[in-house]
Write a protein that binds this ligand. Structure first.
Ligand code: ATP
Ligand code: MG
Length: 612
């Protein structure tokens, strides 16, 4: 058995402070103790030098980013050592499992970029074999049918401080056990009336070894085996044996199974004489991924979905792979993130900022730049003729000419971002204000000559003039124009809805609860903001769902599947860097030059929040 020394090279807790360290790592990832164990086994020719791993989800929910870590590790190790990785559904609990999940999980693993070729397996395919193994254990006097109720079993098990007690059925003769187990299988008993238990040691300091149940009665249809079975093998019994059946060499799982490892080995030891081949899988535990500001257990995620706190498993605020994909995450960004956080042996919490960093990095490199206006303010260019269209060339990517360019139409009426105008500009305000001049990105310089308000005092329109000499956006006489705004043509732009997201929970650890609190009490009421009157440049018309863009100055956006021919829907995947929000906050704190009619502005929200 491999001794897992403290070789754990990677970080356990990737808090913000650790982030730069993580960034410094090579992109192929830090070394980790799992890799070291496998490399050592391969070097010593253990298991014939073969490497076979598996990703074993239970189909009782959608995959989340924690699973992505496990997928990257299992498939990654197989790839690195020229081995194989199976996809195996651990489907031993008919109550919670569903074909919907089986399908979504396969789609998610593929989307992440991994392929199990023809090695798709189900633990339920092994039910016959597992049953024979259980019968063998009975024959060897290593298992017995117990009539204690579930409550009694718990009570008899004892706890950390007290030894367990033997069940009166523990010494049931082998012949009788065989008959009883067969009768369990034939459906003669009710759920919970009997269980088959391994006969190990009721005094073991490891509670998992105190005669754990290995088969229980569940009169329920299974998503694959239908009504063939009414007894189902328990996870601990099934898992290691499934590994053995599939010839898995390294069974990588999360830390909570560390105390189950003796049981994993016990089943393999007892059954050794009847197992096929001489494969002896080895369980290796690593720390599960936890992320700040989210929850990761499928049960909790299901609760969020069932109770309507989110719109579904694929709600873009969810840490599920379908949710993140819908939000605009790339598989590449997730893989990079998983590489960078490394593999640890002690539980910790990774700062979500690290994930966001990997995402921004990839989106920055791969997103075409376009213009969209989230909260439009109409601007009329008084000296620009009605009906005329001027087209400006705008490159899609500042660093990569390979992305090409498009023409953006400029017309007499345009929209700019409401936040880009201030009636009472603070000091160092370089964007638009009465009498000020700014640059419209890729287009020209405009000067605000008049501000039109409605009866309530709300600014509804700006009157501006343009400088025809400034076509392309360069100042014709070297005069300084520092501010640049994004914009769209009023007539030519396309209507859009934009969904802005913030963290789903208000607290870094949503499971750190006070008495009487439920984790759903910590849901951020402002985690979704829907803007319905947005306008985007015409080149986006008809963009397909999942297309990703950078809206200049606003962040990265992704077309949502809710889009129709009439109206595009975008999700903001993530804002640009935080620095802009910080700057604006600073500006807001400075006293306005002419402090008249001071109304608190909510304007900064859309363009500058970077919390999401
Ligand atoms: P959950 O706690 O979300 O219900 P689970 O462990 O019950 O997760 P499984 O379907 O059994 O879900 O998980 C499949 C594989 O993914 C297992 O090997 C499990 O250890 C691994 N896994 C699950 N959650 C995480 C996580 N947060 N980080 C790393 N690996 C994980
Ligand atoms: Mg599990």
């Amino acid at each position: 058995m491999t001794k897992q020394s403290g070789k754990d090279a990677s970080n356990t807790t990737t808090r913000a402070a650790d982030t730069p360290r993580a960034e410094d790592r090579a992109d192929d990832g830090p070394s980790n103790f799992v890799r070291e164990i496998i490399a050592d086994d391969v070097a010593r020719g253990r298991q014939g030098g073969r490497v076979a791993t598996r990703f074993p989800p239970e189909p009782n929910g959608y995959l989340h980013i924690g699973h992505a870590k496990s997928i990257c590790l299992n498939f990654g190790m197989a790839e690195e050592f020229g081995g194989t990785c199976n996809l195996r559904f651990d489907d031993t609990n008919p109550a919670a499992e569903d074909i919907e999940y089986v399908e979504s999980i396969q789609a998610d693993v593929r989307w992440l970029g991994f392929d199990w070729d023809d090695r798709l397996y189900f633990a339920s395919d092994y039910y016959d074999k597992l049953y024979r193994y259980a019968v063998y254990l009975i024959e060897e006097g290593k298992a017995y049918v117990d009539g204690l109720s579930p409550d009694q079993i718990r009570e008899y098990r004892g706890n950390y401080y007290t030894k367990g007690k033997h069940s009166p059925d523990r010494d049931r003769p082998i012949e009788e056990n065989l008959v009883m187990f067969e009768r369990m299988k034939q459906g003669e008993f009710a759920d919970g009336q009997y269980v088959l238990r391994a006969k190990i040691d009721m005094a073991s300091p490891n509670l998992n070894m105190r005669d754990p149940p290995i088969y229980r009665i569940r009169k329920m249809s299974h998503h694959r085996t239908g009504d063939t079975w009414c007894i189902y093998p328990m996870y601990d019994f099934t898992h290691g044996l499934s590994d053995q059946i599939e010839g898995i060499t390294h069974s990588i799982c999360t830390l909570e199974f560390e105390d189950h490892r003796p049981l994993y080995d016990w089943f393999l030891d007892q059954l050794e004489p009847v197992l096929d081949g001489d494969i002896r899988p080895q369980q290796i535990e690593f720390a599960r991924l936890n992320l700040t500001y989210t929850v990761m257990s499928k049960r909790k995620l299901l609760q969020l979905v069932r109770d309507g706190h989110v719109r579904g498993w694929d709600d873009p605020r969810m840490p599920t792979l379908v949710g993140m994909r819908r939000r605009g995450f790339t598989a590449e960004a997730l893989r990079r993130f998983c590489d960078r956080i490394g593999v640890a042996k002690r539980d910790g919490v990774v700062d979500v900022a690290l994930l966001e960093h990997a995402l921004r990095e990839h989106l920055n490199a791969t997103s075409p730049r376009v213009m969209g206006v989230l909260r439009p303010l109409k601007v009329v260019i008084e000296n620009f003729p009605e009906g005329q269209v001027e087209e400006f060339d705008a490159p899609y990517h500042p660093e990569d000419p390979g992305y090409g360019s498009r023409k953006v139409p400029f017309t007499r009426e345009i929209y700019i971002e409401r936040d880009d105008f201030r009636e009472d500009p603070p000091k160092k305000w370089f964007r638009l204000a009465a009498g000020r001049e700014i640059r419209l990105r890729y287009a020209c310089l405009i000067t605000c000559v008049d501000v039109i308000k409605d009866p309530s005092g709300q600014v509804v329109e700006l009157r501006c003039t343009w400088d025809p000499q400034s076509r392309g956006g360069t100042s014709p006489d070297g005069r300084k124009v520092r501010g640049t705004s994004h914009w769209v043509s009023a007539d030519h732009s396309v209507a859009a809805e934009v969904r802005l997201y913030d963290r789903l929970f208000t607290q870094e650890n949503p499971l750190d609860l006070e008495e009487g609190q439920d984790f759903t009490d910590l849901i951020n009421p402002d985690s979704l903001e829907v803007l319905t009157d947005c306008r985007v440049e015409p080149s986006l018309a008809g963009a397909a769902p999942e297309s990703r863009y950078q809206f200049e100055r606003l962040g990265y956006f992704c077309v949502d599947a809710d889009s129709t021919d009439q109206r595009l829907v975008f999700n903001r995947t993530i804002s640009l860097r935080d620095s802009w929000a910080k700057l604006e906050k600073k500006l807001d704190k400075q006293p306005a030059r002419k402090a008249k009619n001071k109304k608190p502005t909510t304007a900064s929200k859309g363009a500058s929040t970077s919390k999401s």
